[in-house]
Design a protein around this ligand. Structure first.
Ligand code: OGA
Ligand code: MN
Length: 270
């Protein structure tokens, strides 16, 4: 047996117990990919991989993006380390990464290098399970609806009164219209929500926003959510196409440091 698994909750999250060799040699990569898709999140407790090993592990799972230095993007609110630190406060709200791209990232691999004394837990919500549990008439109602996503919508959450220059900078990233229900190649369906969701196309604003609010409340009920309490060296992978995530707020000067490696998307949101 190369590895064993433990379900962390009934509907989302599995811990994988294995050794470093199995993580790096790719011999279980196909099974890890299957678990990732089925369980939304896979957790390797105290894997303690260094950056090179993390990227090597990521490569066993898929194609790695160039994001960050040598494919290691430093997730921190410390502006002296990451120039995008201000934007990262947006991670405090439920989101899917890359919703302004045609093909959102497949998955992200996050490892804990320094913890915050307060907050900093990461939560994941299973958007496949949330869709599956909707009543049939609701599924029919949602089919065909489209939602406009923008960076501006998400940034307004952390900076509600931007300067004109700030607003124009956000708007440089074009907004994107996506189906509310993602029909995956596998045949499974998931909800596409999160703080980048501005409004429902063709629906009056209050009605569309109320719908998005209600669905978000539905999709983030406790039975769909796994909260990861980080230990140093933990490595967590989430399926960015079938989950949303957010981090419990933590102080900007907490020192919290996570290293992220991102996998290239393999499926257009359609
Ligand atoms: C991210 C993200 C959450 C965290 O890197 O995309 O949302 O816990 N991170 O830092
Ligand atoms: Mn994120």
């Amino acid at each position: 047996m190369k590895f064993t698994t433990i379900d962390l909750t009934p509907r989302i999250g599995s811990e994988i117990r294995t050794d470093r060799e199995t993580m790096l040699d790719g011999s279980a990569a196909a099974e890890f990919r299957r678990l990732l898709e089925q369980r939304g999140v896979i957790v390797f407790r105290e894997a303690n991989l260094d950056d090179r090993q993390q990227v090597a592990f990521a490569r066993t799972l898929g194609e790695v993006t160039q994001l960050g230095e040598n494919s290691i993007f430093k997730v921190t609110l410390d502006k002296s380390v990451n120039r995008s630190a201000e934007y990262l406060k947006g991670t405090f709200f439920w989101h899917i990464d890359g919703t302004t791209d045609d093909v959102p990232n497949l998955a992200s691999i996050l490892s804990a290098r320094k913890l915050s004394a307060a907050g900093g837990q990461t939560e994941f919500a299973n958007t496949y399970a949330a869709y599956d549990d909707l009543p049939e008439p609701e599924k029919q109602y949602l089919a065909g609806l489209k939602v406009v996503h923008s960076l501006e919508t998400s940034q307004r959450m952390i900076n509600p009164a931007p300067t004109y220059a700030e607003l124009k900078a956000w708007q440089r990233i074009a907004e994107k219209t996506h189906p509310l229900v993602w029909r995956h190649r596998s045949g499974r369906k998931s909800l596409v929500l999160g703080m980048t969701a501005s409004h429902v196309e063709g629906m009056n604003l209050p009605e569309g926003r109320a719908l998005l609010c209600r669905l978000t409340e539905w999709a983030t009920q406790p039975q769909y959510v796994y909260r990861h309490e980080w230990r140093l060296g933990d490595l967590v992978v989430w399926d960015n196409t079938g989950t949303m995530h957010r981090v419990v707020p933590y102080p900007a000067d907490s020192g919290r440091m996570m290293h992220r490696t991102t996998l290239v998307g393999e499926e257009a949101l359609a």
